[in-house]
Design a protein around this ligand. Structure first.
Ligand code: CA
Length: 221
């Protein structure tokens, strides 16, 4: 018995997946295609996707925003979890990766729920605010360039409604955030972000050792 999060060895991780995953075939196919790409590690795990789908349903989210879409796995998770009139605005910079995403969103029949916007995320977020979408999102998932997280947090806070949930991926960064000998742009950015959120009175907070570390931050009124 342990009262702290377990280290999952391969056998226990496989067990967890075997007894809990309910991954739809279209998501499994997208994951398999993405796994063959050199940047495959950027894709979230299927159990993390299933957890996020549950969060979306628990919170009754209808308006979602994703910063960092890659080949579209988390966006598809989100679109499948939303009600039929739900909408996801998905931000990415890569035409090549999101072309794969679009193919699977169409195959799953949810392409009409996803508004993909290609460009520099910081600019697109300001554009969304300029469009009058401040305070309108129920759920925001941040999973993009780590040096940009602080700006995405700040713009995301403007776009999130009070009571809405922000989810930030990779906050434990393979453990590097806890290693004082590591100083690179991404690690330092994540470290600073974690420290900022720890005392940020604008959010209720929980950091989970799910995947590469997942922070849940609920916007207070
Ligand atoms: Ca990630």
């Amino acid at each position: 018995m342990s009262n702290r999060s377990l280290n999952l060895d391969d056998r226990l991780y496989a067990y967890l997946q075997n007894v809990s995953l309910r991954e739809p075939a279209v998501l499994a196919a997208l994951r398999a295609e993405t796994a063959a790409l050199p940047m495959a590690v950027m894709q979230i795990s299927p159990e993390q996707g299933q957890f996020m789908a549950l969060l979306l349903k628990l919170t009754g989210a209808r308006r979602c925003l994703e910063i960092g879409t890659f080949t579209g796995y988390s966006a598809l998770v989100c679109a499948l979890a939303l009600p039929a009139d739900g909408r996801l605005v998905a931000l990415d910079i890569s035409e090549e990766w999101t072309a794969i995403a679009r193919r699977y969103w169409a195959e799953a029949g949810v392409a009409d729920r996803i508004d993909l916007r290609l460009g520099v995320a910081g600019q697109t977020l300001r554009q969304l605010i300029a469009e009058g979408l401040g305070g309108s999102f129920d759920f925001i998932f941040i999973d993009a360039d780590k040096a940009g997280y602080d700006d995405y947090l700040e713009q995301g806070h403007k776009l999130l409604r009070a009571g809405g949930l922000m989810v930030l991926d990779n906050v434990l960064w393979s453990g590097k955030v806890a290693d004082p000998s590591v100083h690179d742009t991404d690690t330092d950015a994540l470290r600073a972000l974690n420290q900022k959120l720890h005392i940020d009175p604008r959010f209720d907070l929980s950091m989970l050792p799910v995947g590469d570390g997942l922070t849940l931050a609920r916007k207070r009124a």
